[in-house]
Design a binder for this molecule. Structure first.
Ligand code: ZN
Length: 120
């Protein structure tokens, strides 16, 4: 059984505790990597400059402490495999319904941020 890496756990720890609640279960069904949790001002500006986000500090849900947003990538990593991201989103949604923790998926944004999830 694969498990989250130490780095992944540290990133998860920067997020709202509801994310741990949801994702520990999801991980057992579909393994993923935690790409990003909280983003400080420097990281947010960097992400904006690199085109990874459309919002500037402090308007991203990643900028809150703890972070309401989290970026995930299904394993094995393949950023082109959109289908795999849809699958991950389905598992996250199923868990969010079960636990009654509403979640928005970035894949539903106009610019399709498939690895991004945020708490409402
Ligand atoms: Zn994100």
């Amino acid at each position: 059984m694969p498990s989250l890496t130490e780095r992944g756990l540290l990133r998860l720890a920067t997020c709202d505790v509801r994310w741990s609640m949801l994702l520990i279960k999801v991980f057992k069904q579909i393994p993923f990597m935690v790409v990003c949790g909280h983003r400080n001002e420097e990281k947010q500006n960097e992400a904006f400059k690199d085109g990874h986000t459309q919002v500037q500090w402090p308007n991203s849900k990643h900028n809150q402490e703890p972070s309401l947003a989290i970026d995930l990538c299904p394993l094995p990593v393949n950023w082109q495999n959109t289908r795999h991201f849809f699958e991950l989103a389905a598992y996250v949604w199923a868990e969010s319904l079960k636990k009654d923790v509403p979640v928005i998926w970035g894949g539903s944004f106009s610019f399709g941020d498939y690895g991004h999830f945020e708490l409402i």
